[in-house]
Write a protein that binds this ligand. Structure first.
Ligand SMILES: [Zn+2]
Ligand SMILES: [Zn+2]
Length: 481
């Protein structure tokens, strides 16, 4: 459910020498097949369509399971059914081919955070500096400007849904929304600090540890290089003060899912995902997402897969942000006050793709069509598809519109090079680097185009050096969106 936009790339990746957790059987789906059939998942998922409207390229995602012993354990059957359910739901919601999940790793949560999340890691320290330590409203003040900028991504009207109906008339500006957030969020964290896990340990001690911190999990997703998806059972508190995600900070202040930067992973083009079963399985009434209803095994699996994971994949693949003004049945919507089960029921009642999400899907489909044409040697057709993708890419974009435009522009540059348009290829390559200075792929591509002309004093080299100095001098700042 979350974007994250700090762009500094770690110079020394501390993970390279780390061995990930125990490897699991390569395809654990096989033993679970009987379970899937027994549950009648086929009735929950629609029959597969012969040809999706948007023929995206195959997507395989490597999964790691991360278990916190203080909470109800991850249920292997639930996880397997959830993954199949996420695959089917994603395909159905967006009229695209189903992705495929493969479980490869298993970790213990504390150890996982010890391995992957270090507050002094250059890739993470900016976010750790904005982590809420639970000491009150004063702590929020230093990050007010960025928090306001973040809230302004949504129309004020759509944020009013988080305000009690009787108070809505008093919300006239983003300042009013911010003031309400500051009050409600601080009070909610105080409540959480008084709660205990089923094991009897404190649920959250933000002054003493960060193992259940959103910031720490973002950091872990960013620094690792082994998986695309984390499934965990732990509690994760929403504590990044520069990104007050409305449906979290106006609600229970916890995180159900994450889609964020993971520059070492390519399957989701530099992103990785997380979903937690905590809100589904917890016995802590203040934080349970089902209003105390005990879900069936199939409901647990579909909440984890169809409701959380499929939503997170859509953030990464299509760039659809969390939205609060799309019609009923939109997978990217979290309704204020609605439980997970309400959300799932609403999805089931509206099985067709959301029309307001469609521009994102079409922009992605055009981009992928371009890539396929390029590989087939049809550079002109590829070039047209890339142009169309740029035109279709919406303004409010998960992870920043500039990052996606940089990827498409780099692909356009390759198409131009294939057509022998060297100057244009170079221009597009420079533009891609300018759009996303943190992109290693864009930098490498530009360097490759410039390499053959690296003769001392050649005018084109001077121009290019100026460009790259100007872009690398930019701080690794969010690219908006
Ligand atoms: Zn989301
Ligand atoms: Zn939608």
């Amino acid at each position: 459910m979350h974007t994250f936009s700090i762009r500094a790339v770690s110079a020394d990746n501390p993970k390279s020498e780390v061995t990930p957790g125990a490897r699991m059987a390569d395809d654990p789906a096989v033993p679970a097949l009987g379970v899937i059939l027994a549950l009648g998942l086929a009735s929950a998922a629609p029959p597969a369509k012969a040809a999706p409207r948007y023929p995206l390229r195959p997507l395989e995602l490597v999964v790691a399971l991360v278990e916190d012993p203080d909470f109800p354990p991850l249920d292997e059957q639930v996880v397997q059914v959830a993954l199949r359910s996420a695959e089917a739901e994603f395909a159905r919601r967006f009229d695209v081919p189903a992705p495929r999940f493969v479980v490869r790793y298993r970790f213990e949560a504390k150890r996982f955070i010890d391995i992957y999340a270090h507050p002094r890691d250059p890739a993470c320290k900016e976010a750790f500096a904005a982590r809420y330590k639970g000491t009150g409203t004063k702590e929020l003040a230093a990050h007010r400007e960025e928090a306001m900028k973040f809230l302004k991504k949504w129309p004020l009207e759509s944020l009013k849904g988080f305000v009690n109906p009787e108070d809505r008339a008093q919300i006239r500006s983003y300042d009013d929304i911010y003031a309400l957030y500051a009050r409600r969020y601080v009070a909610q964290i105080d409540t959480i600090k008084r709660l205990r896990t089923p094991a009897g340990t404190p649920l959250l001690e933000p002054e003493r540890s960060y193992e259940r911190s959103f910031v720490a999990w973002l950091c872990a997703l960013k620094t690792q290089s082994d998986f695309d998806v984390l499934v965990t059972n732990t509690f994760i508190v929403s504590d990044l003060l520069t990104e007050p995600h409305p449906h979290s900070v106006f609600g229970k202040a916890k995180i159900g899912g994450i889609a964020t930067q993971s520059p070492h992973r390519t399957a989701l083009a530099g992103e990785a995902l997380l979903a937690t079963t905590f809100g589904i399985d917890t016995t802590i009434p203040e934080l349970n997402e089902l209003n105390g209803k005990v879900p069936s095994l199939e409901e647990r699996a579909r909440l984890l897969g169809a409701y959380l994971l499929a939503h997170e994949i859509a953030h990464s693949v299509f760039g659809i942000p969390d939205v609060f003004d799309h019609p009923a049945g939109c997978l990217m919507t979290s309704r204020p006050g609605a439980t997970y089960l309400d959300g799932l029921k609403e999805l089931d009642a509206h099985p067709t793709p959301c029309p307001k999400c469609r521009p994102y899907v079409e922009a992605r489909a055009a981009y992928e069509k371009g890539l396929t044409e390029l590989e087939a040697g049809h550079a002109a057709a590829a070039s047209q598809a890339f142009l169309r993708s740029v035109q279709l890419t919406p303004e409010h974009f998960h992870g920043g519109r500039r990052r996606r435009l940089a990827a498409v522009t780099m692909a356009s540059s390759k198409a131009q090079a294939a057509m022998g348009q060297e100057q244009r290829a170079l221009r597009y390559a420079r533009l891609a680097v300018k759009l996303d200075p943190a992109s290693d792929a864009a930098q490498t591509h530009l360097a490759a185009l410039e390499a053959p002309t690296l003769a001392p004093g050649a005018p084109v080299i001077e121009a290019s050096r100026t460009t790259s100095t100007a872009t690398t001098a930019r701080p690794g700042k969010p690219s908006g969106g």
